[in-house]
Design a protein around this ligand. Sequence first.
Ligand code: FE
Length: 338
Amino acid sequence: MTKSSILWGMVFALLATSPLYADGHEVNVYSYRQPELVKPLFDAFTQETGIEVNVAFLNKGMIERLEAEGDRSPADLVMTVDISRLQALVDASATQPVKSKILEEAIAPEFRSPDGSWYALTLRARVVYASKERVPDGEVTTYEDLADAKWKGRICTRSGTHPYNLALFSAVIARYGEEVATDWLTGVRDNLARKPQGNDRAQVKAVWAGECDISLGNTYYMGKMLEDDEQQQWANSVRIIFPRFVDGGTHMNVSGVAMTKAAPNKENALRLMEFLASPQAQQIYAEINYEYPVDPSVPRSELVASWGSPKADSVSLSEISALRPTALKLVQEVDYDR
Ligand code: FE
Protein backbone atom coordinates (compact mmCIF):
# COMPACT_ATOMS: atom_id res chain seq x y z
CA MET A 1 0.00 0.00 0.00
CA THR A 2 1.40 3.40 -0.93
CA LYS A 3 1.63 6.32 1.45
CA SER A 4 -1.10 8.20 -0.40
CA SER A 5 -3.52 5.28 -0.43
CA ILE A 6 -3.08 4.98 3.35
CA LEU A 7 -3.79 8.70 3.63
CA TRP A 8 -6.89 8.41 1.46
CA GLY A 9 -7.99 5.45 3.52
CA MET A 10 -7.78 7.60 6.62
CA VAL A 11 -9.69 10.45 5.01
CA PHE A 12 -12.36 8.02 3.88
CA ALA A 13 -12.61 6.50 7.35
CA LEU A 14 -13.08 9.97 8.80
CA LEU A 15 -15.76 10.86 6.25
CA ALA A 16 -17.56 7.59 6.79
CA THR A 17 -17.85 8.17 10.52
CA SER A 18 -18.76 11.84 10.20
CA PRO A 19 -22.46 12.59 10.66
CA LEU A 20 -22.42 14.77 7.53
CA TYR A 21 -21.57 11.80 5.37
CA ALA A 22 -23.82 9.24 7.03
CA ASP A 23 -25.01 6.44 4.79
CA GLY A 24 -28.48 7.06 3.47
CA HIS A 25 -29.58 3.44 3.64
CA GLU A 26 -28.98 2.32 7.17
CA VAL A 27 -29.86 2.87 10.76
CA ASN A 28 -27.88 1.73 13.80
CA VAL A 29 -29.41 0.42 16.98
CA TYR A 30 -27.97 -0.35 20.42
CA SER A 31 -30.29 -2.89 21.96
CA TYR A 32 -30.72 -4.40 25.40
CA ARG A 33 -33.56 -6.37 23.87
CA GLN A 34 -32.79 -9.86 22.63
CA PRO A 35 -32.01 -10.81 19.01
CA GLU A 36 -34.95 -13.29 18.70
CA LEU A 37 -37.33 -10.48 19.48
CA VAL A 38 -36.01 -7.53 17.51
CA LYS A 39 -34.71 -9.40 14.46
CA PRO A 40 -38.20 -10.08 13.00
CA LEU A 41 -39.13 -6.43 13.58
CA PHE A 42 -36.04 -5.13 11.80
CA ASP A 43 -36.41 -7.62 8.94
CA ALA A 44 -39.95 -6.40 8.36
CA PHE A 45 -38.73 -2.80 8.42
CA THR A 46 -35.94 -3.48 5.91
CA GLN A 47 -38.33 -5.31 3.64
CA GLU A 48 -40.70 -2.36 3.64
CA THR A 49 -38.19 0.48 3.36
CA GLY A 50 -34.95 -0.97 1.98
CA ILE A 51 -33.14 0.56 4.97
CA GLU A 52 -30.67 -1.81 6.61
CA VAL A 53 -30.71 -2.07 10.40
CA ASN A 54 -27.38 -2.71 12.14
CA VAL A 55 -27.74 -3.83 15.72
CA ALA A 56 -25.29 -4.05 18.59
CA PHE A 57 -26.75 -6.27 21.29
CA LEU A 58 -25.55 -5.18 24.70
CA ASN A 59 -26.00 -6.69 28.15
CA LYS A 60 -24.82 -3.64 30.04
CA GLY A 61 -22.86 -0.43 29.78
CA MET A 62 -24.97 1.29 27.12
CA ILE A 63 -24.70 4.72 28.72
CA GLU A 64 -20.95 4.40 29.26
CA ARG A 65 -20.51 3.35 25.64
CA LEU A 66 -22.57 6.26 24.31
CA GLU A 67 -20.69 8.67 26.55
CA ALA A 68 -17.31 7.34 25.42
CA GLU A 69 -18.31 7.61 21.76
CA GLY A 70 -19.76 11.09 22.14
CA ASP A 71 -20.55 12.94 18.92
CA ARG A 72 -18.95 10.19 16.87
CA SER A 73 -21.27 7.45 18.11
CA PRO A 74 -22.70 5.43 15.23
CA ALA A 75 -25.85 4.67 17.26
CA ASP A 76 -29.11 6.23 16.11
CA LEU A 77 -31.55 4.49 18.42
CA VAL A 78 -31.45 2.72 21.76
CA MET A 79 -33.95 0.05 22.74
CA THR A 80 -34.43 -1.32 26.22
CA VAL A 81 -36.93 -2.62 28.74
CA ASP A 82 -37.82 -0.84 31.97
CA ILE A 83 -38.75 2.77 32.49
CA SER A 84 -35.80 3.51 34.77
CA ARG A 85 -33.34 2.39 32.10
CA LEU A 86 -35.01 4.65 29.54
CA GLN A 87 -34.98 7.53 31.99
CA ALA A 88 -31.32 6.90 32.88
CA LEU A 89 -30.41 7.36 29.20
CA VAL A 90 -32.31 10.65 29.14
CA ASP A 91 -30.75 11.79 32.43
CA ALA A 92 -27.28 11.06 31.03
CA SER A 93 -28.07 13.38 28.08
CA ALA A 94 -27.56 10.44 25.73
CA THR A 95 -30.85 11.05 23.90
CA GLN A 96 -32.58 13.78 21.94
CA PRO A 97 -36.29 14.61 21.86
CA VAL A 98 -38.25 13.51 18.82
CA LYS A 99 -41.48 15.06 17.55
CA SER A 100 -43.72 12.89 15.43
CA LYS A 101 -47.46 12.99 14.72
CA ILE A 102 -47.41 9.27 13.96
CA LEU A 103 -45.82 8.39 17.31
CA GLU A 104 -48.12 10.74 19.20
CA GLU A 105 -51.17 9.20 17.61
CA ALA A 106 -50.08 5.60 18.26
CA ILE A 107 -48.78 6.06 21.81
CA ALA A 108 -50.85 7.53 24.65
CA PRO A 109 -49.28 10.45 26.59
CA GLU A 110 -48.69 8.34 29.72
CA PHE A 111 -46.50 5.99 27.68
CA ARG A 112 -44.09 8.56 26.24
CA SER A 113 -42.02 11.33 27.71
CA PRO A 114 -43.68 14.76 27.39
CA ASP A 115 -40.87 16.11 25.20
CA GLY A 116 -40.46 12.95 23.07
CA SER A 117 -37.19 11.84 24.70
CA TRP A 118 -38.49 8.26 24.91
CA TYR A 119 -41.46 6.31 23.63
CA ALA A 120 -42.84 3.08 25.06
CA LEU A 121 -43.42 0.35 22.49
CA THR A 122 -44.82 -2.46 24.63
CA LEU A 123 -46.35 -2.98 28.06
CA ARG A 124 -45.87 -5.82 30.53
CA ALA A 125 -47.72 -6.45 33.77
CA ARG A 126 -45.94 -7.55 36.97
CA VAL A 127 -48.21 -10.26 38.27
CA VAL A 128 -48.55 -13.16 40.68
CA TYR A 129 -47.89 -16.67 39.46
CA ALA A 130 -49.97 -18.87 41.78
CA SER A 131 -49.84 -22.63 42.30
CA LYS A 132 -52.94 -24.19 40.77
CA GLU A 133 -52.85 -26.82 43.51
CA ARG A 134 -52.17 -24.79 46.62
CA VAL A 135 -53.67 -21.34 46.01
CA PRO A 136 -57.46 -21.21 45.73
CA ASP A 137 -59.20 -18.57 43.62
CA GLY A 138 -59.47 -15.28 45.42
CA GLU A 139 -56.70 -15.94 47.96
CA VAL A 140 -54.55 -13.20 46.47
CA THR A 141 -56.05 -10.15 44.80
CA THR A 142 -53.88 -7.17 45.81
CA TYR A 143 -50.21 -6.23 46.10
CA GLU A 144 -50.87 -4.97 49.63
CA ASP A 145 -51.91 -8.49 50.60
CA LEU A 146 -48.45 -9.92 49.79
CA ALA A 147 -47.24 -8.58 53.14
CA ASP A 148 -49.95 -10.47 55.06
CA ALA A 149 -48.63 -13.13 57.44
CA LYS A 150 -50.81 -15.76 55.80
CA TRP A 151 -48.13 -15.92 53.08
CA LYS A 152 -45.31 -16.71 55.51
CA GLY A 153 -42.81 -19.02 53.81
CA ARG A 154 -44.92 -19.13 50.65
CA ILE A 155 -43.54 -16.38 48.36
CA CYS A 156 -40.59 -16.57 45.93
CA THR A 157 -39.12 -13.59 44.09
CA ARG A 158 -35.92 -12.67 42.30
CA SER A 159 -33.58 -10.13 43.89
CA GLY A 160 -35.19 -7.01 45.29
CA THR A 161 -32.62 -4.93 43.43
CA HIS A 162 -33.74 -6.10 39.98
CA PRO A 163 -35.29 -3.26 37.93
CA TYR A 164 -38.61 -5.13 37.59
CA ASN A 165 -38.98 -5.33 41.37
CA LEU A 166 -37.64 -1.82 41.97
CA ALA A 167 -40.32 -0.45 39.63
CA LEU A 168 -43.06 -2.30 41.53
CA PHE A 169 -41.67 -1.16 44.89
CA SER A 170 -41.52 2.40 43.53
CA ALA A 171 -45.24 2.16 42.77
CA VAL A 172 -45.85 1.15 46.40
CA ILE A 173 -43.82 4.15 47.60
CA ALA A 174 -45.69 6.46 45.21
CA ARG A 175 -48.99 5.31 46.70
CA TYR A 176 -48.20 5.08 50.38
CA GLY A 177 -45.00 6.99 51.08
CA GLU A 178 -41.71 5.66 52.36
CA GLU A 179 -42.73 4.61 55.85
CA VAL A 180 -45.70 2.45 54.91
CA ALA A 181 -43.76 1.08 51.94
CA THR A 182 -40.96 0.02 54.29
CA ASP A 183 -43.44 -1.90 56.46
CA TRP A 184 -44.92 -3.52 53.37
CA LEU A 185 -41.53 -4.53 52.01
CA THR A 186 -40.51 -5.90 55.41
CA GLY A 187 -43.71 -7.96 55.42
CA VAL A 188 -43.04 -9.36 51.95
CA ARG A 189 -39.46 -10.14 52.94
CA ASP A 190 -40.68 -12.01 56.03
CA ASN A 191 -42.96 -14.08 53.81
CA LEU A 192 -40.21 -15.22 51.44
CA ALA A 193 -39.74 -18.97 51.26
CA ARG A 194 -36.05 -18.60 50.39
CA LYS A 195 -33.31 -16.10 49.72
CA PRO A 196 -34.11 -14.21 46.49
CA GLN A 197 -32.24 -15.82 43.58
CA GLY A 198 -32.61 -16.54 39.87
CA ASN A 199 -34.88 -14.85 37.36
CA ASP A 200 -38.67 -14.63 37.11
CA ARG A 201 -38.93 -18.07 35.53
CA ALA A 202 -36.83 -19.66 38.28
CA GLN A 203 -39.50 -18.56 40.77
CA VAL A 204 -42.21 -20.38 38.81
CA LYS A 205 -39.98 -23.45 38.78
CA ALA A 206 -39.78 -23.17 42.57
CA VAL A 207 -43.60 -23.05 42.78
CA TRP A 208 -43.74 -26.13 40.55
CA ALA A 209 -41.19 -27.85 42.81
CA GLY A 210 -43.27 -27.04 45.89
CA GLU A 211 -40.78 -24.60 47.45
CA CYS A 212 -43.30 -21.76 47.43
CA ASP A 213 -46.95 -21.17 46.52
CA ILE A 214 -46.79 -17.83 44.71
CA SER A 215 -44.15 -15.81 42.91
CA LEU A 216 -43.80 -12.42 41.28
CA GLY A 217 -43.12 -12.29 37.56
CA ASN A 218 -43.78 -10.45 34.32
CA THR A 219 -46.63 -11.71 32.17
CA TYR A 220 -44.74 -12.63 29.01
CA TYR A 221 -42.66 -15.26 30.81
CA MET A 222 -45.77 -17.46 30.87
CA GLY A 223 -45.73 -17.51 27.07
CA LYS A 224 -41.96 -18.05 26.99
CA MET A 225 -42.16 -21.00 29.41
CA LEU A 226 -44.94 -22.63 27.41
CA GLU A 227 -42.64 -22.55 24.34
CA ASP A 228 -39.93 -24.48 26.16
CA ASP A 229 -39.99 -28.26 26.54
CA GLU A 230 -38.55 -28.28 30.05
CA GLN A 231 -40.29 -25.16 31.35
CA GLN A 232 -43.74 -26.10 30.09
CA GLN A 233 -44.47 -28.12 33.20
CA TRP A 234 -43.52 -25.16 35.41
CA ALA A 235 -45.95 -22.96 33.48
CA ASN A 236 -48.70 -25.53 33.67
CA SER A 237 -48.42 -25.75 37.46
CA VAL A 238 -49.45 -22.11 37.92
CA ARG A 239 -52.00 -19.56 36.81
CA ILE A 240 -51.57 -15.85 36.32
CA ILE A 241 -53.32 -13.55 38.76
CA PHE A 242 -53.41 -9.81 38.10
CA PRO A 243 -53.05 -8.23 41.52
CA ARG A 244 -54.13 -4.62 41.81
CA PHE A 245 -53.46 -1.95 44.34
CA VAL A 246 -56.38 -1.55 46.75
CA ASP A 247 -57.17 1.85 45.24
CA GLY A 248 -55.67 1.30 41.83
CA GLY A 249 -54.78 -1.17 39.13
CA THR A 250 -52.08 -3.61 38.08
CA HIS A 251 -48.46 -2.44 37.91
CA MET A 252 -47.29 -2.24 34.29
CA ASN A 253 -43.80 -1.51 33.05
CA VAL A 254 -42.67 -0.83 29.47
CA SER A 255 -40.10 -1.48 26.82
CA GLY A 256 -39.23 1.49 24.68
CA VAL A 257 -37.04 3.35 22.26
CA ALA A 258 -35.18 6.64 22.22
CA MET A 259 -33.13 8.53 19.63
CA THR A 260 -29.51 9.11 20.58
CA LYS A 261 -28.14 12.60 20.81
CA ALA A 262 -25.55 11.95 18.13
CA ALA A 263 -27.82 10.00 15.73
CA PRO A 264 -26.04 10.18 12.34
CA ASN A 265 -29.03 8.76 10.44
CA LYS A 266 -31.79 10.81 11.97
CA GLU A 267 -34.35 10.45 9.21
CA ASN A 268 -34.03 6.68 9.01
CA ALA A 269 -34.07 6.47 12.78
CA LEU A 270 -37.37 8.31 12.94
CA ARG A 271 -38.79 6.03 10.27
CA LEU A 272 -37.79 3.00 12.32
CA MET A 273 -39.32 4.47 15.47
CA GLU A 274 -42.56 5.08 13.62
CA PHE A 275 -42.46 1.60 12.16
CA LEU A 276 -42.04 0.07 15.63
CA ALA A 277 -45.22 1.84 16.71
CA SER A 278 -47.13 0.72 13.61
CA PRO A 279 -49.84 -1.97 13.80
CA GLN A 280 -47.60 -4.35 11.83
CA ALA A 281 -44.71 -4.13 14.30
CA GLN A 282 -47.00 -4.03 17.32
CA GLN A 283 -48.52 -7.29 16.13
CA ILE A 284 -45.06 -8.88 15.95
CA TYR A 285 -44.34 -7.79 19.54
CA ALA A 286 -47.68 -9.20 20.66
CA GLU A 287 -47.16 -12.57 19.01
CA ILE A 288 -43.44 -13.17 19.48
CA ASN A 289 -42.89 -11.83 22.97
CA TYR A 290 -46.39 -12.00 24.48
CA GLU A 291 -46.27 -8.34 25.43
CA TYR A 292 -49.16 -5.90 25.42
CA PRO A 293 -49.11 -3.64 22.37
CA VAL A 294 -48.74 -0.02 23.45
CA ASP A 295 -51.29 0.81 20.78
CA PRO A 296 -54.57 -0.41 22.29
CA SER A 297 -56.14 -0.84 18.85
CA VAL A 298 -53.73 -3.71 18.11
CA PRO A 299 -55.08 -7.02 19.44
CA ARG A 300 -53.16 -8.99 22.08
CA SER A 301 -52.04 -12.49 21.19
CA GLU A 302 -54.69 -15.13 21.85
CA LEU A 303 -52.66 -16.63 24.69
CA VAL A 304 -52.11 -13.26 26.37
CA ALA A 305 -55.80 -12.43 26.05
CA SER A 306 -56.65 -15.76 27.72
CA TRP A 307 -54.95 -14.64 30.96
CA GLY A 308 -57.50 -11.87 31.47
CA SER A 309 -57.56 -8.11 31.10
CA PRO A 310 -55.53 -6.13 33.61
CA LYS A 311 -56.46 -2.57 34.38
CA ALA A 312 -53.24 -0.56 34.43
CA ASP A 313 -52.39 1.24 37.65
CA SER A 314 -52.59 5.03 37.60
CA VAL A 315 -49.15 5.81 39.09
CA SER A 316 -47.20 7.40 36.24
CA LEU A 317 -44.05 5.93 34.78
CA SER A 318 -42.11 9.11 35.37
CA GLU A 319 -43.01 8.98 39.06
CA ILE A 320 -41.89 5.35 39.17
CA SER A 321 -38.51 6.08 37.61
CA ALA A 322 -38.00 9.09 39.89
CA LEU A 323 -38.55 6.88 42.96
CA ARG A 324 -36.09 4.22 41.89
CA PRO A 325 -33.28 5.41 44.19
CA THR A 326 -35.69 5.43 47.14
CA ALA A 327 -36.87 1.92 46.28
CA LEU A 328 -33.27 0.71 46.13
CA LYS A 329 -32.58 2.33 49.49
CA LEU A 330 -35.56 0.55 51.09
CA VAL A 331 -34.49 -2.81 49.61
CA GLN A 332 -31.10 -2.35 51.25
CA GLU A 333 -32.54 -1.04 54.52
CA VAL A 334 -34.86 -4.02 55.01
CA ASP A 335 -32.14 -6.35 53.69
CA TYR A 336 -34.62 -7.86 51.27
CA ASP A 337 -32.05 -10.20 49.70
CA ARG A 338 -30.70 -11.45 53.05
FE1 FE B 1 -37.77 -9.75 31.08
